[in-house]
Ligand binder design. Sequence first.
Ligand code: NAP
Length: 353
Amino acid sequence: MVQNKAFIFKKAFNGWLVAGQDLTVEDIGFDENAPPPEGGFTTKNLYAAYDPSQRGRMRDPTIQSYAQAMEIGKPVISVSVIGRVLKSDTTKIKEGALVRIVLLGTETYSRIPKSQLDSVLVLDPQDGIPITAYLGALGMTGMTAYGSLHEIGQPKKGNVILISAAAGAVGQTVGQIAVRQGLHVIGSVGSDKKLDFIINELGFASGFNYKKENMAEAVKRLAPDGLDIFYDNVGGELLDVALTSMKNFGRIIACGSISNYNGVGPPGNPAWRLAKYQQIGLRRIKWQGFLVIDPNITQWKQERDENISSWIKDGSFKSIDHITEGMDNAVDGFLGMLKGENLGKSILKIADF
Ligand SMILES: NC(=O)c1ccc[n+]([C@@H]2O[C@H](COP(=O)([O-])OP(=O)(O)OC[C@H]3O[C@@H](n4cnc5c(N)ncnc54)[C@H](OP(=O)(O)O)[C@@H]3O)[C@@H](O)[C@H]2O)c1
């Protein structure tokens, strides 16, 4: 047996998870002499994606949702992991290959059963494309951004778009696509460093730090004629502001509502967020939610793959990662993303490439 450090979910809990109590790093062991699973393979893992959706799976398993609850005492499920194949019992996956595996435990070594082969992508590293982009702009994050912006947002040159959590994984991708398409792109972010990043690195027209400036005043200042599109990653107060800032026939893309994920959303009157509901009718707003697995989103995959790959290669698109180094720091990296400490796509580096 060799050491197999893993990021472990210890307890279903509402509110902020506590490091060392609700989330830990433990050795779960790995038998390097054992054969691979029948028809499957084993990996040494290199990178694991962090995603806010992991928080939604850390819940009481009796609560139903689109994604299965995580098992207490087991490795935290990552949306996608990149690993190097150690032993294989299938001709489809060669030993030594680099693979991306969907919905795998955040652990150093893994055994991948035959039943999971369909979701495994053998990676063919290309010059100019960092391997971690397959967890970000060329992974689930990029699919989310590309598919929903086009399918629901219907962006047109000259449109004004506001993006919340704009310096995060989805936000940086939506923003850069919108800039390329000639939209007037405004970002809401939680720090001055992020504000500088979206404007000076990503080419947004403007933005504001929602922790420093009144949100309603900022949106009025930066979009005096209103918003054509609101890309909502956060929910909460900015959604309310956006509802009263939309132009007639505007589109709201309901991607996520991270301000509520840890049970610390806006307190008080439960009707608070519905207070501006009337605006939907008055302004004839199209407000649509989605999941990245929906067919109307994934139908954009080929176009996303081709465009974003070529944009990264020619240097006109930035796939910025926020890397947490080493499994020992896995808990801090995850909680840091939920607290907004990340710039770009949050990724745990487990081992050297
Ligand atoms: N519908 C889908 O299929 C789908 C797929 C992927 C992601 N999503 C959703 O998309 C959103 C963004 O995901 P991501 O992977 O790109 O994460 P991310 O933006 O890289 O990281 C989360 C960010 O949320 C912001 N945040 C946290 N708490 C906040 C609060 N109370 N108020 C305002 N902002 C807060 C932080 O940025 P600041 O410093 O700016 O606050 C933090 O950096 C999430 O809501 C996620 O659930 C949905």
